[in-house]
Write a protein that binds this ligand. Sequence first.
Ligand code: RB5
Length: 146
Amino acid sequence: MIAIGCDHGGFALKQEIIKYLEEQQIPYQDFGTYSEESCDYPEYAEKVARSITSGEAEKGILICGTGIGISIAANKIHGIRAALCHDYFSAKYTRLHNDANIIAMGGRVIGPGLAVELVDVFLHTEFEGGRHARRVEKMMALEEKD
Ligand code: RB5
């Protein structure tokens, strides 16, 4: 299952991504927000992040105006590797090399055509492991050092 969430700045793009998930018959849960009424992105970042760390969702998609606030917020939750991606190469390599479990995007930055391509490659690219596994382990160990 894929968890998806946004704030008001990402609402329109979230609806486009949901169309893609439905067309592809990819199971998802929409954690909101459900309109363009102003709201606070950390709340949706947390809902999506916790659905991943609980094991309920396999990966997540988060969208705010820039993608920045919602990705920073999600990365505060232990176990989350949220990658802000606005280009194809980053969306692919953050799976191959970082084993990212959330893709974040800015609804005021990119259009639906590119966003769907980014989500598609993100969801369909496996982690490469090997030397990258060691680096991901070291990255996650930083959470225990603070
Ligand atoms: C909301 O206006 C906006 O600040 C938010 O969507 C996001 O861009 C924050 O990083």
